[in-house]
Design a protein around this ligand. Structure first.
Ligand code: FAD
Length: 289
């Protein structure tokens, strides 16, 4: 299966989806149906999270392999350092490689809810750049490697300048491309790209877009992950936050405008946080592609 850097050489703009592994067997069966629908939209790649929000780690690579083998679409397997020792990471990477997966989003991750005080020891990687370096050392160029970017800065990083420097360091240690955290004001993305370009970053910085379907969840997310909710967003969603249908429609309309503006402003594509839903992204893609 092709590595994303090769796809990026051929395509100026890519459209892609993120999924997460469901916790139940029924959820898994539903996801396979959703993947079949999403595949009809011909995305350039689909990524699958690893352990995010306490999600089922074991299924990530199975889902990624299914996406490739059944639908012929390049899959990106997310992989995090937290909880795994370096030896375990090596075994996981061997497994990923054996499955024919050739793209990884290399992340640090966060301590899980049931083990919030976990800290890395000498047998663990501390930062994602160490994981990038490790993948390159063992597998040379077999994998395309993505890293996470934070247009508003990672919440634990003392400044956006330092954050940009750490991002560059991930790329210098083997990262090929960047997928960003969600943001609700495109100016954060455009300033971020400028900040990175100014320090010599040339990798593609793909904006991550979440179509809002549940405003209360966005509020929680904003508190936890430091995503600013602009007044414009509050004005649209506060009055309708208890009406799921109106929120969904407003969320799609907002995402369509956001994506159009990003693409016009030079973004190299859009990575949709689908939350395992087909319809919102299908409707949005129809308007922006
Ligand atoms: P790092 O790059 O290691 O950064 C972590 C912190 O350390 C930051 O504050 C950074 O500023 C700082 N730092 C980085 N390098 C250095 C250095 N050299 N010296 C000192 N400090 C440094 N989480 C999951 O659990 N599973 C997923 O599947 C998942 N997918 C994600 C996908 C995307 C697109 C994004 C944006 C995030 C995702 N996350 C996921 C969340 C991510 O794991 C957390 O946000 C985590 O806190 C940071 O991960 P990172 O890879 O950016 O870590």
């Amino acid at each position: 299966m092709r590595r994303l850097p090769e796809i990026f050489q051929e395509k100026q703009k890519t459209f892609s989806f993120e999924l997460f592994p469901p916790k139940t067997e029924q959820g898994y069966a539903n996801l396979l149906l959703t993947i079949a629908q999403l595949a009809e939209l011909k995305p350039d790649f689909i990524s699958c999270t690893y352990g995010a929000g306490g999600g089922n780690r074991d299924k990530t690579f199975e889902i990624a392999q299914h996406i490739q083998d059944k639908h012929g679409i390049p899959a990106v397997a997310h992989l995090t350092c937290v909880l795994n020792t370096q030896t375990q990471i090596k075994d996981i990477l061997d497994d990923i490689h054996r499955r024919g997966l050739r793209n990884i989003l290399a992340l640090r991750g966060d301590p899980p809810i049931d083990n919030p005080h976990w800290t890395p020891g000498p047998q663990n990687f501390r930062y994602s750049y160490e994981l990038c370096r490790f993948i390159r050392q063992y597998f040379n160029d077999d994998f395309g490697i993505g890293v996470a970017g934070f247009p508003e800065g990672h919440p634990a990083c003392p400044s956006i300048e330092r954050d940009a420097f750490y991002l560059k360091n991930k790329l210098q240690n083997g990262g090929d491309f960047v997928i960003t955290q969600l943001f609700l004001d495109n100016q954060y993305y455009f300033h971020y790209v400028r900040r990175l370009t100014d320090i010599g970053v040339t990798a593609k910085i793909i904006p991550g877009v979440l179509p809002i379907a549940n405003y209360n969840r966005i509020l929680e997310f904003s508190k936890k992950d430091g995503v600013t909710i602009p007044d414009k967003v509050k004005k649209i969603f506060e009055p309708i936050k208890d009406d799921p249908e109106k929120t969904l429609e407003a969320g799609k309309a907002f995402a369509i405008e956001q994506c159009k503006d990003l693409l016009q402003g030079g973004a190299p594509g859009i990575h949709f946080y689908t939350l395992n839903k087909y319809q919102p992204v299908a409707d949005i893609l129809k308007e922006i592609k």
